[in-house]
Design a protein around this ligand. Structure first.
Ligand code: GDP
Ligand code: MG
Length: 679
């Protein structure tokens, strides 16, 4: 013992305990109390006090068994730097029943169970706990340290043998059908003071073990099972702690080495002993196992591991989906508002990959079938959330494409017409552009390994664009018809004026020829425009007929104007005057007394009057185009009505007025003749 005032408090003694204690103080936990309750604190200890939570499979579990006050806690504290309670000297009664747990020092990610009160000497109640703690310890520990005095070796009927029998029985119950999972039984013989060599002690114990094994009643399928199928057995002994303290400490240190030095040949924790419970699932697993043990239910470890896997995979999934949702949700309002969110694909893919990665990292350690199933379900959850949002975006893109096509289409139509470009060149180009944009939006949402085709949305887009295209086509055709009609109207008006102003026998033939020509011209232009706009064959005939109707409506209008009251009177008067006032050579007549003015007048008047019925009705016989009106005009067009230019009633009225005007002309001519004679 040394004290140095200038350096303050200095470690008073260098013992194995002080050497191995590096960090923690009193981090032991009463995992199972004397009322057989499982501690709620285990997850907290795993994470905060022991720091084992994230160690995956990289941790080990060891438990100690043995009679009361055989120095178990003392040994554990030496080996692992733990701080389990050690009974005071001279006070040889049980302190606390239950199971205590602690972690080894920093360099030892080992969980140590100090199982107290395992002493089969005592009452039935005690034996019950012994069995339960043996079941529990075997289910979760890789190594069982069996601690006993040297003096106990060979006492086949002693307490230790009872304990070992329990361990064997319990082991069959737990691992009978599964010889892959082995346990190391490490016998530590205390107070080895006699001259009997360790090997002899070991032989004695081995024989006892074998006798116990042979005496076990084993289930049918396991009749030939060997002790060594389930257990590796190792022996060591320690000197008397107080009589040979130096030897004791040295041997304890060497034993400690076997639990820490992974490279040494006698390293204790072999892969074959692993219980395959990831550290993050350990608290849940240990608790579930204990609950089964306490309620005396069948403890089936594979089922427990599956249940644990299900429970943990769900928990891991719930954690892993958090950041995913956060990332994806941040974009949802914009998508719901109808925006096309460009980064949706990238953000989603990244969040999805990260979520799956986070899930895999922890969950992959669990029961592989359960993990695979849970993984598929997890991915399915992610993908269905993504798909809903992607669908929303695709629908937005669809609406946008349709609206844009509609507005830009009409503009392109007008601009294109102004620049003399065709329908396909303008509107068709806009459509292709819209389609490309839409497909690009859909492509940007592709997730590797996931087949979302959005086939039906693409079809919808095509249908909508086609409907808009049809509207645009219609608008285009209406404009084309208007333009062709305007062009034809002038030509027809000119021809009508010329022929009706010269009402000879060829008058109507001339008008018809003019109309036919305008028609031929307009027809061919219309066909060109229909070709350019891609008008369906079945829609063409209606357009052609509509054009014909417009052309004829205009021609009929021009004709009616041409034979309005004043116009037709003028025409009749002109005809009368031409015949009456001018001779055949076109020279003005000078009436002489010998002239039969009455007869001349009568002839001229009747010739003029004969024109009235000719003007009253269109004679279409000279037209090739109008030969079969039913094939030429739209259904329901009242073509016959358009042919009557002057109704019979109006014709009579006009006839009368013409009669009066003719009379006036006659009187004037008579008067002129009298005047001439009187000169
Ligand atoms: P446990 O009940 O098995 O955990 O035993 P403890 O570790 O509490 O020790 C019980 C008593 O035995 C204590 O007084 C210890 O000091 C003492 N003891 C511990 N190790 C040894 C040992 O190796 N030999 C002897 N003779 N006494 C020991
Ligand atoms: Mg103890």
């Amino acid at each position: 013992r040394r004290s140095n005032g200038s350096q303050g408090i200095v470690p008073s003694r260098q013992s194995a305990t002080n050497l191995v204690r590096e960090r923690h103080e009193f981090t032991r936990l009463q995992l199972i109390d004397d009322e057989q309750n499982f501690s709620e604190e285990l997850p907290n200890y795993m994470q905060n006090k022991w720091g084992l939570e994230d160690s995956g499979f990289n941790y080990d579990v060891v438990a100690v068994f043995g009679s009361q006050s055989t120095g178990k806690s003392t040994l554990l504290n030496r080996l692992f730097g733990t701080r389990f309670d050690v009974m005071n000297e001279g006070q040889r009664q049980q302190t606390t029943r239950g199971i205590w747990a602690d972690r080894g020092t920093d360099s030892m990610p080992v969980l140590i169970l100090d199982v107290e009160g395992t002493d089969g000497r005592e009452r039935g109640e005690n034996q019950d706990f012994e069995r339960k703690s043996a079941l529990f310890s075997l289910a979760i520990s890789e190594v069982l340290i069996v601690n006993m005095w040297e003096t106990m070796v060979g006492l086949y009927n002693g307490a230790n043998m009872g304990l070992l029998k329990t361990v064997m029985e319990v082991n069959l119950q737990l691992f009978g059908g599964n010889r892959n999972s082995k346990t190391l039984l490490y016998f530590v013989i205390r107070d080895h003071v006699s001259s009997t060599p360790l090997s002899s002690l070991a032989d004695t114990l081995s024989i006892d073990l074998q006798r116990i094994w042979d005496g076990l009643s084993r289930p049918d399928g396991l009749a030939n099972a060997q002790l060594s199928d389930y257990f590796d057995v190792r022996f060591t002994s320690l000197s008397h702690k107080t009589l040979q303290p130096e030897n004791f400490e040295r041997q304890a240190l060497d034993l400690r080495r076997q639990f820490t030095d992974k490279k040494s040949d006698d390293y204790v924790f072999q892969p074959a002993y692993k219980r395959r419970v990831p550290a993050d699932g350990f608290p849940r697993y240990a608790q579930a196992v204990w609950e089964k043990v306490v309620s005396n239910k069948d403890l089936d470890l594979p089922t427990q591991q599956e249940l644990l896997a299900q429970y943990r995979c769900d928990e891991i999934a719930a954690t892993a989906i958090g950041p995913f949702r956060e990332a994806v949700e941040s974009l949802r309002p914009r998508v719901q508002r109808g925006q096309i969110v460009d980064e949706l694909g990238d953000v989603s893919r990244k969040a999805r990959t990260q979520a799956i990665g986070a899930f895999d990292e922890q969950a992959a350690r669990y029961h592989s079938e359960v993990y695979q199933k849970k993984r598929a379900a997890f991915v399915q959850t992610l993908d269905s959330e993504l798909h809903a949002m992607f669908l929303n975006q695709v629908k937005n893109a669809l609406t946008l494409a349709a609206e844009t096509f509609s507005s830009q289409g009409f503009r392109a139509l007008e601009e294109g017409a102004d620049e003399g470009r065709g329908f396909n060149e303008t509107v068709g180009a806009v459509r292709v552009h819209m389609e490309e944009q839409f497909i690009a939006t859909v492509r940007a949402l592709a997730v590797p390994g996931v087949s979302w085709s959005f086939e039906s949305e693409i079809e919808q887009l095509e249908a909508q664009l086609e409907a808009i295209m049809e509207k645009l086509r219609k608008a285009e055709m209406e404009r084309v018809l208007e333009r062709l009609r305007r062009d034809a109207r002038d030509a027809v008006a000119e021809s009508v004026a010329e022929h009706l102003g010269n009402p000879d026998d060829g008058m109507w033939a001339g008008v018809m020829a003019g109309f036919d020509a305008a028609c031929v011209q307009a027809d061919s232009q219309l066909i060109n425009r229909m070709d350019a706009a891609g008008v369906e064959p079945q829609a063409r005939s209606a357009l052609v007929r509509k054009l014909h109707q417009l052309l004829w409506d205009d021609a009929a209008d021009v004709l009616r104007e041409e034979v309005a009251d004043q116009m037709v009177l003028l025409k009749l008067r002109t005809a009368l005057e031409d015949r009456f006032r001018y001779d055949a050579a076109g020279l003005p007549r000078v009436w002489r007394p010998t002239d039969d003015i009455d007869a001349q007048f009568a002839t001229a008047r009747s010739a003029a009057q004969a024109l009235l019925p000719k003007f009253s009705k269109v004679d279409i016989s000279g037209s090739i185009k109008l030969r079969r009106p039913a094939d030429f005009f739209p259904a329901g067009y009242d073509f016959a009505r358009t042919l009557v230019l002057i109704s019979p009633a109006r014709a009579r009225e006009v006839g009368k007025r013409f009669g009066r005007e003719a009379d006036a002309l006659y009187l004037e001519a008579k008067r002129a003749m009298v005047t001439t004679q009187n000169q």
